[in-house]
Design a protein around this ligand. Structure first.
Ligand code: ADP
Length: 206
């Protein structure tokens, strides 16, 4: 960009990672509203926190109310929503955190852009694959009922599309898999990425 000259800061991502003692990357949860993204992300963050891993969770509540409070659910704004979240995730990875992000993110193209933004090796995609009928039965936030009544347009699964990931790193069917089992599956998937090269934070805190 014109007239933007990067300053070379002396502390690198590698040094920050070294100090924290574990790898930094993004775990991206995608799936329908009510599929279980936030529930599973929360349980994974608890498991990581117990291992003294430095984490942060981004979700609709803390992003749509602040940074992205000027965006709607139109296709263009959904894309911009995801672009900003990817950029924020990238900064947090640079800061040395394991970032968990739980967003419907219905478009394959947007999810591919996240992967490009943070780098392929820093991206773990978890598809929380719960059939729409089950999400609607749960209707955690009462949004399916509103969408069916025509009070919400652009509601994914009802009157807006969801493009299922073709080759996610992890796929969880929440009818067959409990939250606890999902945590074990995801922790196994990220074990290598967590590393623990310096050994710092290897102890459980309880
Ligand atoms: P999302 O973040 O995808 O919109 P939530 O996590 O807010 O979904 O809601 C999912 C709901 O489904 C919660 O009420 C949760 O308790 C319930 N649920 C039932 N079984 C599971 C499961 N195996 N995994 C995740 N959530 C489950």
């Amino acid at each position: 960009m014109k007239n933007i000259v990067p300053h070379h800061f002396s502390i690198s991502k590698e040094q920050r990672t070294q100090q924290k003692g574990h790898g930094a990357f993004l775990i991206w949860f995608t799936g329908l509203s009510g599929s279980g993204k936030s529930t599973i992300a929360n349980a994974v963050e608890e498991a990581l926190f117990k291992k003294n891993i430095h984490t942060y969770t981004l979700d609709g509540d803390n992003v749509r109310k602040g940074l992205n409070n000027n965006l709607s659910f139109s296709p263009e704004d959904r894309t911009e929503n995801i672009r900003r979240i990817a950029e924020v995730s990238n900064l947090m990875i640079d800061a040395g955190l394991v970032v968990l992000a739980a967003f419907v993110s219905p478009y394959a193209k947007d999810r591919a852009n996240i992967k490009n933004c943070v780098g392929h090796t820093n991206f773990v995609q978890v598809f929380v694959q719960t059939p729409v009928e089950e999400c609607e039965r749960r209707d955690v936030k009462g949004l399916y009922a509103k969408a069916r009544a025509g009070e919400i347009t652009n509601f994914t699964g009802v009157n807006a599309p969801y493009e299922a990931p073709v080759a996610p790193d992890v796929q969880i069917n929440t009818i067959e898999t409990t939250v606890e089992e999902a945590v074990v599956i995801i922790m196994n998937c990220i074990a290598k990425r967590l590393g623990r090269e310096s050994g710092i934070g290897n102890r459980e805190s309880n």
